[in-house]
Design a protein around this ligand. Structure first.
Ligand code: MGD
Ligand code: MGD
Ligand code: MO
Length: 776
């Protein structure tokens, strides 16, 4: 369980290159993954006859590279193929109390869960039970419960088939309590985009990258979180497209990239620069930045008009396709450059220089990630981005559009097929007709509602289809003890995590097949499907032998759960067993519920590059109330939702290059030059000096909310000098989640505001971050 000695060295190499190959070898060899098997499987990743990567949701090209995977996708594959097992014997050796002292990495690194387990309070251990017993227990607890007291969470990895069945199960059970990891992620997109452009998803297809001449990126870490996207970016950069990045941290992927697929570049050590220029906007400064860009564009348009030159604004588009431009223009004309500079942390010159390029560009793609969505005013961030696109008609034509980069490999697809707490987004009437029942019409609980419900006792049962909810959600220190008051905690999972150790009155842990594994049912090997970030649907076939023959597939588990917890006459409305025997029938049912989205689903399942779902905004049809795309005037210029004051910092919680969300593969955040520890705070050197902190000194972060009665602290951290704007600091998620109260979330979308948390810095180690070994 020991961690390597920490070291901190600026990383000079580009993203990709030999560093990624070395990092991979280390993972393949170091973790007991079957390397020959691993190598065989990696070649089938993201191919028509193979499986869709379980890591990120980036698009998969129709003509894949020989190795269509990246360092982090390969890590995720090897992690899933780990041959070590967490079985009843493991739990005989370790009590739950002991495991609660382990770090996230150490829990998951024990290997795959292989047996159904139930927590036994008298011995403080998980003990093996049969699948039948497990479902019978779930049935006993859930049949007697008021339906609104149970929650059905999904983490974003499960296939379209499983997700459709799961959402149907919740509605047959009697609620819309279907929170999804999306609630902590791109929900600001799902709320903001429909208001602005009438669709909840991005409008860009992979081929648009071949036609754009400008790319603007905001708050997304491509080299770590969607590395395969570096291929189209590299090609765009080589064609001479202008690329500008706005991010408080210098993320290597947006700076330089060496494509490991190019032998010459690897041999000579040459790399492609990705961004022409990089602008360290303050955390929460994007509304002001985007106002500056929009205002500068307006000024350029005024000048062009005065000269009698071609207009900079796409006047025709604005007139025929949009609403609300006059109010937006008035707001821009009233803008105060001094405030824009203060709030964004960027100079007027810099902002105007980008606007000048944007004004000339024919087709621009606007990319963004968690840096925009996870703020108090995350929805305004997203809508400001739309405003900038609309001013030049950069939606609904080749090479242009909005490109939110989603997280989990099927998180977008889960929403598409009904996993949503918002009944208005689901065709309930059609479900009612198709299955002959009256679906619940009340709004369900999202992530924030679920946390609140667990805290106040109104939620009594939590069913988790993957994920690590208590670790990913905010307010960890309050949520963990409250979890123990639940009547049932039932988790379907591949690896042991801390959420599984929070034991309720009944606690069940059900191990499932991963997507890479063969899934053989009555009619033979089953295909599943997922939707990528660009709304393309891909088939996926697991090809690796399952790590244990005791595992069940996710559809089989959901079907058995349905039969156990629903009254028999309700369960009988759905042919669960036939569906489990033949997933093509589930796809048929999905097509019946969503005929426009999934036309000829089974026939098109293995379309190279996936088949795109129709997206109205892509065709310049606007499914908003007004029938037009809407310009939006935000109410605030600063997205954080709190005031600046002396001693208060804006904490950004980020991922390292060695984790997938709460799955910590290791302690090497290569691009940031941080090795051997995650207990760090990245700070501007002048902030470190101003506080008089010494190298190696320990500090504690203390949440600094007004009117918050709770004391929230995370200690045992070390300050590291880093290129980051003054007043902003960064540290790792999920370790810092105890600092975030559940109430600190985005307006309207409820995404926890993990990218701007107000904190103070106190000298001294304080209480070390629970859990894990003592700080070095
Ligand atoms: N290897 C790997 N891949 C992943 C994941 C993983 O953990 N590991 N997670 C998956 C998931 S679920 C998701 S949602 C995505 C997440 O992928 P990203 O959207 O890239 O999310 P983060 O890593 O949280 O970081 C977002 C970036 O926003 C920047 N940022 C922070 N605050 C601001 C701000 O106010 N303004 C601007 N302009 N930038 C800001 C940060 O410096 C950081 O570079 O990746 C997915 N892919
Ligand atoms: N402070 C802060 N908090 C954040 C974020 C942040 O940037 N900052 N990011 C947020 C975001 S974007 C997200 S998406 C959430 C992530 O929240 P979650 O999706 O809940 O968390 P993960 O870490 O992805 O879940 C990992 C677990 O999923 C299980 N698992 C893996 N593969 C499978 C599978 O195929 N099937 C099943 N059934 N289980 C599987 C494993 O047991 C593993 O332990 O966290 C959010 N929380
Ligand atoms: Mo996410």
């Amino acid at each position: 369980m020991s961690q390597p000695t920490p070291s901190f060295m600026p990383y000079k190499a580009p993203a990709g290159g030999w560093g990624s190959v070395r990092s991979l070898l280390r993972h393949g060899l170091g973790e007991g993954a079957r390397t020959a098997e691993g190598a065989r499987q990696l070649q089938r990743q993201n191919k028509v006859d193979g499986f869709a990567c379980v890591s990120c949701s980036w698009a998969k090209p129709a003509e894949p590279h020989p190795f269509e995977f990246c360092e982090n996708g390969a890590k995720a594959t090897l992690w899933e193929l780990d041959k070590r097992r967490v079985d009843a014997g493991f739990f005989e050796r370790h009590t739950v109390s002991e495991l609660l002292t382990w770090a996230d990495h150490d829990l998951e690194a024990q290997g795959r869960l292989v047996e159904p387990m139930r927590y036994d309070a008298s011995s403080d251990r998980y003990v093996g039970i049969s699948w039948e017993e497990a479902f019978a227990i779930a049935g006993r607890v859930l049949r007697d419960m008021a339906p609104e007291r149970a929650v059905f969470y999904a983490s974003g990895r499960a296939s379209l088939e499983t997700s459709y069945m799961y959402a149907l199960l919740a509605r047959l059970y009697g609620n819309n309590n279907l929170p999804d990891s999306s609630n902590m992620c791109h929900e600001s997109t799902s709320v903001g985009l429909p208001r602005s452009i009438g669709v909840p998803v991005g409008t860009v297809l992979l081929e648009d990258f071949d036609h754009c001449d400008c790319i603007l990126s905001f708050g997304q870490n491509v080299g770590v979180n969607s590395p395969r996207m570096l291929h189209p970016l590299q090609e765009a950069a080589r064609r001479g497209a202008d690329i500008f990045t706005f991010n408080p941290l210098y993320e290597r992927g947006w700076e330089r990239f060496t494509n490991p697929q190019e032998p010459l570049a690897m041999a000579t050590g040459t790399s492609t620069r990705i961004s022409n220029a990089y602008f360290p906007v303050r955390a929460g400064g994007d509304i002001a930045l985007l106002q500056g860009l929009a205002r500068a564009l307006l000024d350029l348009d005024d000048a062009a008009r005065a000269r009698g030159d071609a207009r900079v604004l796409d006047v025709e588009f604005i007139e025929s396709h949009t609403n609300g431009f006059d109010a937006f223009e008035a707001w821009l004309r009233a803008a105060d450059w001094q405030r824009i500079e203060t709030e964004s942390g960027l100079s007027r010159d810099d902002i105007e220089s980008v606007a000048a390029v944007y004004a000339q560009a024919k087709s621009t793609i606007l990319i963004y990630g968690m840096g925009l969505t996870q703020h108090r005013h995350g929805v305004d961030n997203v809508r400001m981005l739309c405003n900038l696109a609309l001013m030049r008609g950069n939606i609904g034509r080749p090479g242009a559009g909005i490109c939110p980069v989603r997280g989990h490999s099927n998180v977008q697809g889960q929403r598409t097929v009904g996993i949503s707490e918002k009944p208005e987004l689901v065709p309930l009437d059609r479900l009612s007709e198709q299955y002959g029942f009256e679906p619940p019409r009340e709004k369900g609980l999202d992530t924030v509602g679920t946390v609140e419900g667990i805290l106040d006792g109104s939620v009594e049962a939590f069913i988790g289809l993957g994920g690590n909810f208590s670790r990913a959600a905010p307010d960890t220190a309050r949520l963990e003890p409250a979890w123990r008051g639940l009547a049932l905690s039932l988790q379907v999972a591949t690896h042991l995590n801390r959420n599984h150790l929070l034991c309720a009155r009944e606690t069940l842990l059900l191990p499932c097949l991963g997507r890479i594994e063969e899934d053989v049912q009555a009619t033979g090997a089953q295909h599943v499907s997922i939707e990528d970030s660009t709304t393309c649907i891909h088939g996926s076939l697991g090809i690796s032998p399952p790590v244990a023959d005791t595992l069940r597939s996710e559809p089989a588990i959901v079907a058995a759960l349905a039969q156990a917890i629903l009254p028999p006459e309700r369960a009988a409305l759905v042919p669960w067993e036939q569906w489990v025997g033949d997933y093509a029938q589930v796809r048929g049912a999905i097509e019946a519920t969503y005929p426009d989205q999934f036309r000829d689903f089974n026939a098109r399942l293995h379309t190279p590059g996936g088949f795109p779902r129709p997206v109205a905004a892509r065709e310049r049809r606007w499914e908003t109330e007004s029938g037009k795309a809407e310009f939006h005037v935000p109410e605030v210029l600063c997205a954080t939702g709190f005031e600046d004051r002396a001693g208060r910092y804006r904490l950004i919680t980020v991922r390292s290059n060695d984790q997938f969300n709460t799955t910590v593969y290791g302690y090497r955040d290569r691009f940031r030059g941080i090795e051997g520890t995650r207990r760090v705070v990245l700070m501007h050197e002048d902030d470190i000096a101003a506080l008089g902190l010494d190298e190696g000194e320990h500090i504690t972060l203390v949440a600094d909310f007004d009117d918050d009665p709770e004391v929230r602290e995370v200690g045992g951290l070390r300050p590291i000098p880093y290129r980051i704007p003054r007043g902003c600091i960064a540290a790792y998620y999920p370790e810092c989640n105890p600092l975030i109260p559940v109430s600190h979330h985005a307006v309207d979308s409820h995404v926890p505001a993990g990218k701007s948390v107000p904190v103070r810095i106190r000298r001294g180690a304080g209480a070390p971050i629970p859990p894990g070994p003592a700080p070095e």
